[in-house]
Design a protein. Structure first.
Length: 248
């Protein structure tokens, strides 16, 4: 079991994040990497998500097509790519396995390896030690952070759905705050570590300038007890996949 200690709970409550080293075993890490390799090997990229157009009107169509692909990905396993990996005809400029930014957003629901990790007894025990009564899994992603290529990541504003029929189909609320980079806390972790982050904590991941990938499996939990999921959020539960409960 992986219940948090009182000192760990206190640190998480004070800092808004917590690193739990050795949470996942070496075998679990290998299983996830092997499985994601199999998924990547079978990927079939839709044309409208890999073609770069040249005219303004075509760019508008591209934005709408890509947005539809993104907005309907909440209950599917789909591929999202780094910038500059395709030529104007949609051909890969780098090896396909090196082009992917992330895979999302329902690995936890549709893939047995990631489902096993997400709903493992130790994850459930950790959630219980946090006091979560009815946690549900909102989304999951496998982030690649490609070597010497993976772009900077981080979202500090809320992404919502734009009015129906508009393009692009999403927008951010408010303006981007000017963050003081000195306030961010670098947090190196070892393979197999769990990084627990509160939903209100601003966090980011810098561009990967190393020769090694920084792969991570991430999933988001929400306390469903007494909570109403906003219909404005870009990610929405579907009839095919309502947000599944974590506790089994």
């Amino acid at each position: 079991m992986a219940c948090l200690s009182l000192s760990q709970l206190q640190k998480f409550q004070e800092d808004g994040f917590l690193v739990v080293e050795g949470f996942f075993s070496a075998d679990e890490c290998v299983a996830m990497q092997q499985r994601i390799g199999e998924i990547v090997g079978k990927m079939d990229v839709p044309v409208h998500c890999r073609t770069e157009f040249s005219t303004q009107e075509e760019e508008q169509l591209r934005a709408q097509g890509s947005t539809d692909y993104f907005l309907s990905s909440g209950d599917k396993i789909r591929f999202f790519f780094e910038k500059g990996v395709f030529d104007k005809k949609g051909n890969f400029l780098v090896p396909p396995e090196k082009s992917i930014n992330k895979i999302g957003h329902a690995l936890h629901a549709h893939d047995p390896v990631f489902k096993c990790v997400t709903y493992s007894p130790k994850v459930q025990a950790l959630a219980r030690s946090l006091g979560l009564q009815m946690p549900v899994v909102v989304q999951s992603m496998y982030i690649f952070k490609q070597p010497r290529f993976g772009g900077e990541g981080g979202v500090s504003r809320r992404m919502v759905r734009a009015p129906a029929g508009s393009a692009p189909g999403t927008c951010f609320l408010g303006s981007e705050p000017a963050w003081d980079n000195s306030l961010f806390v670098p947090t190196p972790v070892q393979r197999g570590a769990l990084v627990l982050i509160h939903g209100e904590v601003v966090h980011k991941s810098e561009q990967n300038l190393s020769n090694h990938s920084r792969q991570a499996y991430t999933f988001h939990l929400m306390e469903a007890s007494g909570t109403i999921w906003s219909p404005e959020n870009w990610l929405q539960p579907t009839a095919e996949l309502p947000f599944p409960p974590l506790y089994t």
